[in-house]
Design a binder for this molecule. Structure first.
Ligand code: PEP
Ligand code: MN
Length: 337
């Protein structure tokens, strides 16, 4: 259920409605908007007796939400959510670019790539310090040392940092260093990890599972929001299909679906979404045209010797070209980049 307050409703009126909801044994989530405050109600097994609520001062409207996802639902919050990552806006008209290597390999590597992507116009630096690898014998990441390197990239180039927490064990540490906590495709339905991330202050970058439906994807975001963290950034990173000309099939139709169903920002990741360097630029362009709120791109100065995901990593020179193309498209599509 969603309670829409009058434009002129006071803080006291909002608080009164929230306490009435809590008294009914339910959970209230106040969501202040530009025009008015909405209050999401969760925890109800059956339809709530809304008369008790509608009689309270300041209540304009009560909407019963039928979909299983509530807090992520656009019916709950009609405006686009804009997440402020320490001055960098994700969502709304801003088109944000996150770029960097798949893995943090060394300080030299990250500073080198960080300098180039910052100069090209990326606002957020990506790089995994903890890597979820298919083989236990593959490079697993530098751990805390990698997080310290990422902090240096932030200090030096003013980039915000997004990096993955692969389990609940490392989540606290990742949250201490990162601006945004990434939850990877393999963990999209790791509910204890989602819940723990939902109790953090950091925005969470949630990647779609490689065989997850969009309802499952949105329900995963609901887990994070239900714990109180409403700063969720969704990411389409490709799904498994029969196609063997790419590593995954970037599901571009997920972008308009999510934009309609949810108010949360959605970023496209054509690097993991295709697994092939030569597909990254064309699918980046397609992503902004489809309505994505930004890109996550893997960039490496020496892809042939990258410790992970070299075949899908583009060079800093290619990234410059990509950003030029994206700026042209952004201006046509009314996005600021
Ligand atoms: C990554 O971003 O490097 C990564 C491991 O992504 P995904 O979880 O989408 O495979
Ligand atoms: Mn990768």
């Amino acid at each position: 259920m969603l309670i829409v307050m009058e434009t002129k409703a006071t803080t006291e009126m909002v608080e009164k409605v929230c306490s009435e909801i809590e008294r009914m044994g339910l959970t209230a989530h106040a969501m202040p908007g530009a025009q008015r405050t909405a209050i999401g109600v969760t925890g109800n097994k059956a339809q709530v007796d809304s008369d008790r609520i509608s009689a309270l001062p300041g209540v304009r409207d009560i909407i019963h939400v039928t979909q299983p996802y509530k807090l992520v639902n656009r019916e709950f919050y009609p405006e686009d959510t804009v997440i402020d990552v320490d001055g960098v806006r994700v969502g709304g008209e801003n088109f944000v670019v996150m770029a960097g290597p798949c893995s943090v390999e060394s300080e030299e590597q990250c500073l080198r790539i960080g300098e180039r992507v910052a100069k090209a116009g990326a606002q957020i630096f990506r790089g995994g310090a903890y890597k979820p690898r298919t083989s236990p014998y593959s490079f697993q990441g530098l751990g805390e040392e990698g997080l310290k390197i990422l902090s240096k990239v932030r200090e030096k180039f003013g980039l915000k940092i997004v990096t993955e927490a692969i389990d609940t064990e490392v989540l606290d540490m990742v949250a201490d260093y990162a601006d945004i906590i990434q939850i990877g495709a393999r963990n999209m339905q790791n509910y204890s990890l989602l819940k723990k991330a939902g109790r953090k202050k950091n925005p969470v970058f949630l990647k779609r599972g490689m065989s997850a439906t969009l309802d499952e994807f949105l329900m995963a975001a609901e887990y994070i929001m239900a714990e109180g963290n409403h700063k969720v950034i969704l990411c389409e990173r490709g799904v498994r299909t029969f196609a063997d000309h790419t590593r995954n099939t970037l599901d571009l139709s997920a972008i308009p679906f999510v934009k309609k169903a949810s108010h949360l920002p959605i970023i496209s990741d054509p690097s993991h979404g295709t697994g092939r360097r030569d597909k990254v630029i064309p699918l980046s362009k397609a992503s902004i045209a489809a309505g994505a709120d930004g890109l996550m791109i893997e960039v490496h100065h020496d892809p042939a010797n990258a410790l992970s995901d070299g075949p899908q990593s583009i060079t800093p020179d290619d990234f410059d070209k990509l950003m030029n193309d994206m700026r042209t498209l952004a201006s046509v599509l009314g996005r600021s980049l």
